[in-house]
Design a protein around this ligand. Structure first.
Ligand SMILES: C[S@@+](CC[C@H](N)C(=O)[O-])C[C@H]1O[C@@H](n2cnc3c(N)ncnc32)[C@H](O)[C@@H]1O
Length: 290
Protein backbone atom coordinates (compact mmCIF):
# COMPACT_ATOMS: atom_id res chain seq x y z
CA UNK A 1 0.00 0.00 0.00
CA UNK A 2 1.40 3.38 -1.02
CA UNK A 3 1.22 6.21 1.46
CA UNK A 4 0.45 9.05 -0.92
CA UNK A 5 1.23 11.76 1.65
CA UNK A 6 4.89 10.99 1.23
CA UNK A 7 4.85 11.00 -2.55
CA UNK A 8 6.31 13.95 -4.38
CA UNK A 9 5.43 14.72 -8.00
CA UNK A 10 8.71 13.13 -9.06
CA UNK A 11 8.07 9.99 -7.01
CA UNK A 12 4.56 9.72 -8.47
CA UNK A 13 5.85 9.99 -12.01
CA UNK A 14 8.34 7.18 -11.35
CA UNK A 15 5.80 5.01 -9.51
CA UNK A 16 2.98 5.35 -12.02
CA UNK A 17 5.16 5.13 -15.12
CA UNK A 18 6.47 1.83 -13.75
CA UNK A 19 2.87 0.61 -13.50
CA UNK A 20 2.29 1.56 -17.12
CA UNK A 21 5.54 -0.19 -18.10
CA UNK A 22 4.26 -3.37 -16.51
CA UNK A 23 1.33 -3.53 -18.93
CA UNK A 24 3.50 -2.60 -21.92
CA UNK A 25 2.42 1.02 -22.45
CA UNK A 26 5.00 2.78 -24.58
CA UNK A 27 6.07 6.34 -23.66
CA UNK A 28 4.93 5.60 -20.12
CA UNK A 29 6.81 8.49 -18.52
CA UNK A 30 5.46 11.05 -20.96
CA UNK A 31 1.92 9.71 -20.50
CA UNK A 32 2.33 9.96 -16.73
CA UNK A 33 3.60 13.51 -16.93
CA UNK A 34 0.64 14.56 -19.09
CA UNK A 35 -1.91 12.79 -16.87
CA UNK A 36 -0.44 14.10 -13.61
CA UNK A 37 -0.07 17.58 -15.14
CA UNK A 38 -3.75 17.50 -16.17
CA UNK A 39 -4.85 16.55 -12.63
CA UNK A 40 -2.69 19.26 -11.04
CA UNK A 41 -3.62 21.79 -13.74
CA UNK A 42 -0.02 22.51 -14.75
CA UNK A 43 2.02 21.98 -17.89
CA UNK A 44 5.00 19.62 -18.15
CA UNK A 45 7.58 22.35 -17.61
CA UNK A 46 5.90 23.44 -14.36
CA UNK A 47 5.60 19.80 -13.29
CA UNK A 48 9.34 19.32 -13.68
CA UNK A 49 10.15 22.60 -11.89
CA UNK A 50 7.86 21.65 -8.97
CA UNK A 51 8.90 18.00 -8.93
CA UNK A 52 9.64 17.95 -5.18
CA UNK A 53 6.17 19.19 -4.13
CA UNK A 54 3.96 16.62 -2.42
CA UNK A 55 0.72 15.39 -3.97
CA UNK A 56 -2.44 15.68 -1.84
CA UNK A 57 -4.87 12.82 -1.29
CA UNK A 58 -7.59 13.99 -3.67
CA UNK A 59 -5.18 14.56 -6.49
CA UNK A 60 -3.55 11.23 -5.81
CA UNK A 61 -6.88 9.40 -6.09
CA UNK A 62 -7.68 11.09 -9.38
CA UNK A 63 -4.22 10.27 -10.74
CA UNK A 64 -4.70 6.64 -9.69
CA UNK A 65 -8.01 6.45 -11.57
CA UNK A 66 -6.47 8.07 -14.68
CA UNK A 67 -3.57 5.60 -14.57
CA UNK A 68 -5.97 2.66 -14.23
CA UNK A 69 -7.83 3.84 -17.33
CA UNK A 70 -4.55 4.24 -19.21
CA UNK A 71 -3.53 0.72 -18.14
CA UNK A 72 -6.73 -0.55 -19.78
CA UNK A 73 -5.68 1.08 -23.05
CA UNK A 74 -7.67 4.33 -23.05
CA UNK A 75 -5.69 7.03 -24.90
CA UNK A 76 -4.31 9.89 -22.80
CA UNK A 77 -6.28 12.46 -24.80
CA UNK A 78 -9.55 10.64 -24.10
CA UNK A 79 -8.77 10.53 -20.37
CA UNK A 80 -7.93 14.22 -20.05
CA UNK A 81 -10.59 15.26 -22.58
CA UNK A 82 -8.46 17.35 -24.90
CA UNK A 83 -5.79 17.15 -27.58
CA UNK A 84 -3.20 19.64 -28.77
CA UNK A 85 -3.48 20.25 -32.51
CA UNK A 86 -1.16 22.70 -34.28
CA UNK A 87 -0.30 24.18 -30.89
CA UNK A 88 -3.88 24.75 -29.75
CA UNK A 89 -6.05 22.83 -27.33
CA UNK A 90 -9.21 21.11 -28.60
CA UNK A 91 -11.83 19.57 -26.35
CA UNK A 92 -12.63 16.04 -27.43
CA UNK A 93 -15.33 13.57 -26.32
CA UNK A 94 -16.77 10.25 -27.53
CA UNK A 95 -18.58 12.00 -30.39
CA UNK A 96 -15.50 13.27 -32.22
CA UNK A 97 -12.35 11.87 -33.75
CA UNK A 98 -9.22 12.49 -31.71
CA UNK A 99 -7.46 14.88 -34.14
CA UNK A 100 -4.26 13.28 -35.44
CA UNK A 101 -0.85 14.94 -35.80
CA UNK A 102 -0.83 13.61 -39.42
CA UNK A 103 -3.72 15.94 -40.24
CA UNK A 104 -1.54 18.95 -39.40
CA UNK A 105 -0.11 18.43 -42.91
CA UNK A 106 -3.36 19.90 -44.30
CA UNK A 107 -2.73 23.13 -42.39
CA UNK A 108 0.89 23.29 -43.61
CA UNK A 109 -0.20 22.74 -47.22
CA UNK A 110 -2.77 25.53 -47.12
CA UNK A 111 -0.23 27.88 -45.57
CA UNK A 112 2.18 27.04 -48.39
CA UNK A 113 -0.51 27.61 -51.03
CA UNK A 114 -1.66 30.89 -49.46
CA UNK A 115 1.57 32.46 -48.13
CA UNK A 116 -0.12 35.77 -47.25
CA UNK A 117 -1.72 35.07 -43.89
CA UNK A 118 -3.78 38.26 -44.13
CA UNK A 119 -5.67 37.07 -47.18
CA UNK A 120 -9.47 37.14 -46.77
CA UNK A 121 -10.49 33.58 -47.45
CA UNK A 122 -13.71 31.71 -46.85
CA UNK A 123 -13.11 28.11 -45.80
CA UNK A 124 -15.42 25.08 -45.75
CA UNK A 125 -14.56 22.06 -43.59
CA UNK A 126 -16.55 18.95 -44.53
CA UNK A 127 -16.75 16.46 -41.65
CA UNK A 128 -15.46 18.96 -39.12
CA UNK A 129 -15.60 16.75 -35.98
CA UNK A 130 -13.97 18.73 -33.15
CA UNK A 131 -13.45 21.63 -35.58
CA UNK A 132 -9.68 21.11 -35.42
CA UNK A 133 -8.99 21.81 -39.12
CA UNK A 134 -11.34 24.75 -39.60
CA UNK A 135 -10.56 26.48 -36.31
CA UNK A 136 -6.81 26.07 -36.78
CA UNK A 137 -7.07 27.65 -40.22
CA UNK A 138 -9.18 30.52 -38.88
CA UNK A 139 -6.57 31.12 -36.19
CA UNK A 140 -3.70 31.00 -38.71
CA UNK A 141 -5.49 33.30 -41.19
CA UNK A 142 -6.86 36.12 -39.02
CA UNK A 143 -9.03 37.66 -41.77
CA UNK A 144 -10.63 34.40 -42.81
CA UNK A 145 -14.14 33.12 -42.17
CA UNK A 146 -15.45 29.58 -42.36
CA UNK A 147 -18.14 26.97 -42.05
CA UNK A 148 -17.79 23.51 -40.51
CA UNK A 149 -20.30 20.80 -41.47
CA UNK A 150 -20.81 17.45 -39.83
CA UNK A 151 -23.55 14.81 -39.92
CA UNK A 152 -23.21 14.40 -36.16
CA UNK A 153 -25.11 16.93 -34.09
CA UNK A 154 -22.91 16.18 -31.07
CA UNK A 155 -19.77 16.80 -33.12
CA UNK A 156 -21.17 20.19 -34.14
CA UNK A 157 -21.85 21.02 -30.49
CA UNK A 158 -18.23 20.09 -29.66
CA UNK A 159 -16.84 22.21 -32.51
CA UNK A 160 -18.89 25.18 -31.27
CA UNK A 161 -17.44 24.77 -27.77
CA UNK A 162 -13.95 24.75 -29.29
CA UNK A 163 -14.63 27.84 -31.38
CA UNK A 164 -15.75 29.69 -28.25
CA UNK A 165 -12.73 28.56 -26.27
CA UNK A 166 -10.40 29.74 -29.04
CA UNK A 167 -12.31 33.06 -29.38
CA UNK A 168 -13.11 32.29 -33.00
CA UNK A 169 -16.90 32.29 -32.70
CA UNK A 170 -17.29 35.53 -34.70
CA UNK A 171 -15.62 34.00 -37.77
CA UNK A 172 -16.73 30.38 -37.46
CA UNK A 173 -20.12 28.93 -38.28
CA UNK A 174 -21.15 25.32 -37.88
CA UNK A 175 -24.10 23.37 -39.20
CA UNK A 176 -25.30 19.82 -39.27
CA UNK A 177 -25.45 18.43 -42.79
CA UNK A 178 -24.61 15.69 -45.24
CA UNK A 179 -21.24 16.93 -46.59
CA UNK A 180 -21.82 20.02 -48.76
CA UNK A 181 -25.43 19.29 -49.67
CA UNK A 182 -27.64 22.39 -49.70
CA UNK A 183 -24.73 24.85 -49.61
CA UNK A 184 -24.66 27.82 -51.98
CA UNK A 185 -22.76 27.72 -55.27
CA UNK A 186 -19.48 29.70 -55.60
CA UNK A 187 -19.02 30.51 -51.93
CA UNK A 188 -15.67 29.19 -50.69
CA UNK A 189 -12.03 29.74 -51.60
CA UNK A 190 -10.86 26.58 -49.86
CA UNK A 191 -12.54 23.30 -48.96
CA UNK A 192 -10.81 20.95 -46.51
CA UNK A 193 -11.97 17.49 -45.64
CA UNK A 194 -10.68 14.60 -43.61
CA UNK A 195 -13.49 12.12 -44.29
CA UNK A 196 -13.85 8.63 -42.81
CA UNK A 197 -11.59 6.51 -45.05
CA UNK A 198 -11.00 3.21 -43.28
CA UNK A 199 -12.30 0.21 -45.27
CA UNK A 200 -15.19 -1.20 -43.22
CA UNK A 201 -13.78 -4.72 -43.00
CA UNK A 202 -10.53 -3.65 -41.37
CA UNK A 203 -12.04 -1.47 -38.63
CA UNK A 204 -12.21 -4.48 -36.30
CA UNK A 205 -8.45 -5.04 -36.74
CA UNK A 206 -7.43 -1.49 -35.78
CA UNK A 207 -5.67 -0.97 -32.47
CA UNK A 208 -8.12 -0.66 -29.54
CA UNK A 209 -7.29 3.01 -28.93
CA UNK A 210 -8.80 3.77 -32.35
CA UNK A 211 -11.39 0.98 -32.68
CA UNK A 212 -12.89 1.49 -29.23
CA UNK A 213 -12.45 5.21 -28.61
CA UNK A 214 -12.94 6.95 -31.97
CA UNK A 215 -16.57 7.11 -33.15
CA UNK A 216 -17.33 4.58 -35.93
CA UNK A 217 -18.94 7.31 -38.01
CA UNK A 218 -15.56 9.06 -38.13
CA UNK A 219 -13.75 5.93 -39.36
CA UNK A 220 -16.03 3.94 -41.65
CA UNK A 221 -15.34 4.81 -45.27
CA UNK A 222 -17.55 2.09 -46.74
CA UNK A 223 -16.46 -1.21 -48.27
CA UNK A 224 -13.22 0.05 -49.83
CA UNK A 225 -12.73 3.19 -47.72
CA UNK A 226 -13.29 5.66 -50.56
CA UNK A 227 -17.08 5.85 -50.50
CA UNK A 228 -17.30 9.52 -49.46
CA UNK A 229 -14.81 11.09 -51.86
CA UNK A 230 -17.28 11.28 -54.76
CA UNK A 231 -19.98 13.32 -52.95
CA UNK A 232 -17.27 15.46 -51.34
CA UNK A 233 -15.64 16.12 -54.73
CA UNK A 234 -18.92 16.87 -56.48
CA UNK A 235 -20.20 19.21 -53.79
CA UNK A 236 -16.85 20.92 -53.31
CA UNK A 237 -16.67 21.66 -57.04
CA UNK A 238 -20.10 23.28 -56.77
CA UNK A 239 -19.36 25.50 -53.77
CA UNK A 240 -15.80 26.51 -54.72
CA UNK A 241 -15.03 29.90 -56.21
CA UNK A 242 -12.90 30.30 -59.31
CA UNK A 243 -9.22 29.49 -58.50
CA UNK A 244 -10.29 27.77 -55.30
CA UNK A 245 -9.09 24.34 -54.24
CA UNK A 246 -10.02 21.30 -52.20
CA UNK A 247 -7.53 19.56 -49.90
CA UNK A 248 -8.52 16.18 -48.68
CA UNK A 249 -6.80 13.67 -46.47
CA UNK A 250 -6.51 10.11 -47.81
CA UNK A 251 -5.76 6.68 -46.40
CA UNK A 252 -2.85 4.42 -47.27
CA UNK A 253 -2.98 3.16 -50.86
CA UNK A 254 -5.91 5.41 -51.84
CA UNK A 255 -4.11 8.15 -53.80
CA UNK A 256 -4.73 6.72 -57.29
CA UNK A 257 -8.42 5.98 -56.86
CA UNK A 258 -9.20 9.18 -55.00
CA UNK A 259 -7.21 11.13 -57.61
CA UNK A 260 -9.36 9.57 -60.34
CA UNK A 261 -12.58 10.43 -58.50
CA UNK A 262 -11.49 14.04 -58.06
CA UNK A 263 -10.47 14.38 -61.71
CA UNK A 264 -13.78 12.85 -62.83
CA UNK A 265 -15.57 15.58 -60.92
CA UNK A 266 -13.62 18.22 -62.85
CA UNK A 267 -10.62 18.97 -60.65
CA UNK A 268 -7.05 19.30 -61.91
CA UNK A 269 -4.39 17.33 -60.02
CA UNK A 270 -0.71 17.34 -60.93
CA UNK A 271 1.79 14.73 -59.72
CA UNK A 272 3.10 17.04 -57.03
CA UNK A 273 -0.42 17.70 -55.72
CA UNK A 274 -0.27 14.34 -53.98
CA UNK A 275 1.44 15.11 -50.68
CA UNK A 276 3.28 12.85 -48.28
CA UNK A 277 3.42 13.09 -44.50
CA UNK A 278 6.57 12.97 -42.35
CA UNK A 279 6.54 9.19 -42.51
CA UNK A 280 6.64 9.36 -46.32
CA UNK A 281 3.05 8.12 -46.75
CA UNK A 282 0.77 9.70 -49.36
CA UNK A 283 -1.55 11.52 -46.98
CA UNK A 284 -3.31 14.39 -48.80
CA UNK A 285 -4.38 15.50 -52.27
CA UNK A 286 -4.72 19.07 -53.49
CA UNK A 287 -7.42 19.31 -56.14
CA UNK A 288 -7.56 22.58 -58.06
CA UNK A 289 -10.71 24.10 -59.52
CA UNK A 290 -10.38 24.39 -63.28
C1 LIG B 1 -12.17 11.39 -39.82
S1 LIG B 1 -13.32 12.43 -38.97
C2 LIG B 1 -12.52 14.00 -39.18
C3 LIG B 1 -12.80 14.97 -38.07
C4 LIG B 1 -11.95 16.26 -38.12
N1 LIG B 1 -12.13 16.95 -39.37
C5 LIG B 1 -10.49 15.93 -37.91
O1 LIG B 1 -9.73 15.93 -38.89
O2 LIG B 1 -10.09 15.68 -36.75
C6 LIG B 1 -14.64 12.46 -40.14
C7 LIG B 1 -15.85 13.29 -39.74
O3 LIG B 1 -16.83 13.18 -40.80
C8 LIG B 1 -18.11 13.17 -40.21
N2 LIG B 1 -19.05 12.58 -41.18
C9 LIG B 1 -19.29 11.27 -41.46
N3 LIG B 1 -20.23 11.16 -42.39
C10 LIG B 1 -20.61 12.42 -42.75
C11 LIG B 1 -21.53 12.96 -43.68
N4 LIG B 1 -22.28 12.18 -44.45
N5 LIG B 1 -21.64 14.31 -43.79
C12 LIG B 1 -20.87 15.13 -43.01
N6 LIG B 1 -19.98 14.67 -42.09
C13 LIG B 1 -19.84 13.34 -41.98
C14 LIG B 1 -17.93 12.35 -38.95
O4 LIG B 1 -18.97 12.59 -38.03
C15 LIG B 1 -16.55 12.83 -38.48
O5 LIG B 1 -16.68 13.91 -37.59
Amino acid sequence: MINQETLSILDSISFFSHQLDLVGIKNSRLDCQILIGAVLGVNRERLIMDSQLLINENHFKTIESYISRRMLGEPVSRIIGYREFYGRRFIINPYVLDPRPDSELIIDLIKQKIPNENEKINILDLGTGSGALLLTLLAEFPNSTGLGVDISYNAIKTAIINSNKLNLEKRAMFCRGNWGECLKENTFNVVVSNPPYIPRDIIFSLSPDVRIYDPKIALDGGVDGIYFYQPIAKQSRYVLLDRGFLITEIGIGQSKLVGMILKKEGFSIKDNDIKTDLAGKKRAIIANYC
